[in-house]
Design a protein around this ligand. Structure first.
Ligand code: NAD
Ligand code: LMR
Length: 342
């Protein structure tokens, strides 16, 4: 039962005359890259969260208008804007959660790894500032390629002497959101009940939905497994192609990232029943980073749920073995990037 609780929507208490959300806690959240395609809708969703008292928005451009706009919503949190490297330290001081969607998105024909050259530097610079100004914060990395940017962040934090592996997360929630949606559609299930763990990483074949572990329990034909797995692995590309040069997933990503922020804040607030899948430092396999279901607590990752890797189908076991070389390569590329710059 514990695993089923993760994102059941709860009715939020509101003032009956103003319809305003009642504050329930007072956490501070920073969004780095807040004026972007993900950053804007994500900031709106975080602004609606009653667990948040302050929302710090940072970007290299256009963030003043986004903050002014959002600040008029009559939800409890205060919105502050920060522009450019000179204001980054102030943006980060005292925050509990830092979300990083800064960086360039894909265009048709590109892989996520094609973004490495630009985004690696962006993530490195931003995480250096997080290390200096918010060393205890949970860090949520959205910028691609996640399989490399999370190891980059870990190396930066190590160099700064503040690495806490329990507090660094690669956001893979969108893979779970997609898997839940596609499985519910395919099998005519009530969407709110469906929960599919997705493990591995966040690119192509490294994204591995464990359809055999779907809750509630469902039976799939071999053809359905193949079709659903491939669709979940290519869902990012599906959006990139549909947007035809105008970027990648932003709205569904904002929704997924807001869910991961909400889960983190609930865990920080003492809820003992919070589970999500995320790409974290891990001993579950021989790979140093691996996405799997984790239990979130006040100090970050409280437990890595290993039981879901037991009793895999033959299809899943083969796919797990097949993804390891690519994922390891991406992890090593990130580590090497930071180590050779030092
Ligand atoms: P976007 O171009 O619309 O927005 C990116 C924002 O980052 C821009 O506002 C830009 O000004 C800002 N930025 C660039 N350099 C910066 C810096 N040094 N400091 C602060 N801000 C900076 O892109 P987007 O669609 O929002 O996507 C952002 C990233 O998220 C991409 O790398 C994309 O691949 C990734 N992404 C990840 C997932 C996932 O599941 N993890 C899903 C979708 C997109
Ligand atoms: C996604 O899965 O939508 C993101 O990683 C963006 C992309 O490039 O596909």
């Amino acid at each position: 039962a514990a695993l089923e609780a993760s994102f059941a929507p709860k009715l939020q208490p509101r003032n009956k005359f103003t319809n305003q959300l009642q504050p329930q806690a007072s956490f501070k959240v920073a969004v780095l890259g807040a004026a972007g395609g993900i950053g804007q809708p994500l900031s709106l969703l975080i602004k609606m969260n009653p667990l948040v008292s302050a929302l710090h928005l940072y970007d290299i451009a256009n963030v003043k208008g986004v903050a002014a706009d959002l600040s008029h919503c009559n939800t409890p949190s205060q919105v502050l804007d920060f522009t450019g490297q000179g204001q980054l330290a102030d943006c980060l001081k005292g925050v509990d959660v830092v979300v990083i969607p800064a960086g360039v998105p894909r265009k048709p024909g590109m892989t996520r790894d094609d973004l490495f050259n630009i985004n690696a530097n962006i993530v490195k610079t931003l995480v250096e500032a997080v290390a200096d100004n918010a060393p205890d914060a949970f860090i949520h990395i959205i910028s691609n390629p996640v399989n490399s940017t999370v190891p980059i962040a870990a190396e930066v934090l190590k160099q700064k002497g503040v690495y806490d592996p329990k507090k660094l997360f690669g956001v893979t929630t969108l893979d779970v959101v997609r898997a839940n949606t596609f499985v519910a559609q395919k099998k005519n299930l009530k969407l709110i009940d469906v929960d599919v763990p997705v493990i591995g990483g966040h690119a192509g074949i490294t994204i591995l939905p464990l359809l055999s572990k779907t809750r509630p329990s469902v039976t799939f034909t071999d053809e359905e497994v193949e079709e659903l797995t491939v669709r979940i692995q290519n869902a990012g590309t599906e959006v990139v192609e549909a947007k035809a040069g105008a970027g990648s997933a932003t709205l569904s990503m904002a929704y997924a990232a807001a869910r991961f922020v909400e889960s983190s804040l609930r865990a920080l607030d003492g809820d003992g029943d919070v589970y999500e899948c995320s790409f974290v430092q891990s001993e579950l396999t021989e790979l140093p980073f691996f996405a799997s279901r984790i239990k979130l607590g006040k100090k970050g990752v409280e437990a890595v749920i290993s039981s879901e890797l037991q009793g895999l189908t033959e299809y899943e076991s083969k796919a797990l073995e097949a993804l390891k070389a690519e994922l390891m390569g991406s992890i090593e590329k990130g580590v090497t990037f930071v180590q050779t710059k030092a």
